[in-house]
Design a protein around this ligand. Structure first.
Ligand code: G3H
Length: 192
């Protein structure tokens, strides 16, 4: 690929309550991000043809809503499935499943949520997306924190230990330009 752009969805109503999982829509701030995204994308992309890939979840589809480019939805880009912890805050998870919470802290890459996924599972799920990404030019992916960590780690050569802690800030486009052995990286933040 010539260039890849990653963005998390705009702030969601669940983000505001510190809840994980779910299929919430955007908060007013998240909606502001979605509105400002087209201008930033146009500044960076110019006349190059662009395709936008989203997950199948409401918050990424809403974030892409104002972008006037061909779009594709991938179920494989959906957020890490947190199983029985879906809809809970981290404090609630720690109180209800203290052993799991500790185990996750010890080995975040391999920890699999009860009835859900691990980062290792996610890396496998994302393999077809990454293969397709390798064959395309100029793709903007609007997805989620955990999924972007996996794709970012692939292109930046991060280890399994580093991957689950990669910093993927909200309301920021991460641009990767593949070079011989790694990628050149640029961040564009939108203040909303
Ligand atoms: O649960 C989904 C979150 O985006 C992943 O965050 O793996 O740092 O808890 P976490």
């Amino acid at each position: 690929p010539k260039r890849i752009w990653f963005s998390r969805h705009g702030e969601s109503l669940f983000n505001l309550e510190d809840k994980i999982g779910g299929d919430a829509g955007l908060s007013p701030r998240g909606e502001q991000y979605a509105l400002k995204l087209p201008e930033l994308v146009r500044q960076n992309i110019g006349d190059r043809p662009l395709t936008v890939w989203t997950s199948s979840m409401t918050r990424t589809i809403q974030t892409a809503r104002h972008l006037d480019f061909p779009k594709k939805q991938w179920k494989a880009l959906d957020e890490l499935d947190t199983g029985v912890c879906d809809g809970m805050t981290y404090d609630e998870i720690e109180a209800k499943y203290p052993d799991d919470f500790a185990r996750r802290d010890e080995d975040k890459f391999n920890y699999r949520y009860r009835g859900g996924e691990s980062y290792r599972d996610l890396v496998l799920r994302l393999e077809p997306v990454i293969m397709d990404l390798e064959r395309h030019e100029n793709i903007l992916i609007i997805s989620h924190q955990a999924t972007i960590r996996c794709m970012y780690a692939y292109f930046m050569g991060l280890s399994h230990e580093q991957l689950p802690y990669a910093r993927i800030p909200l309301h920021t486009i991460i641009e990767l330009k593949p070079k011989a052995f790694s990628c050149e990286e640029k961040l564009y933040h939108i203040d909303v």
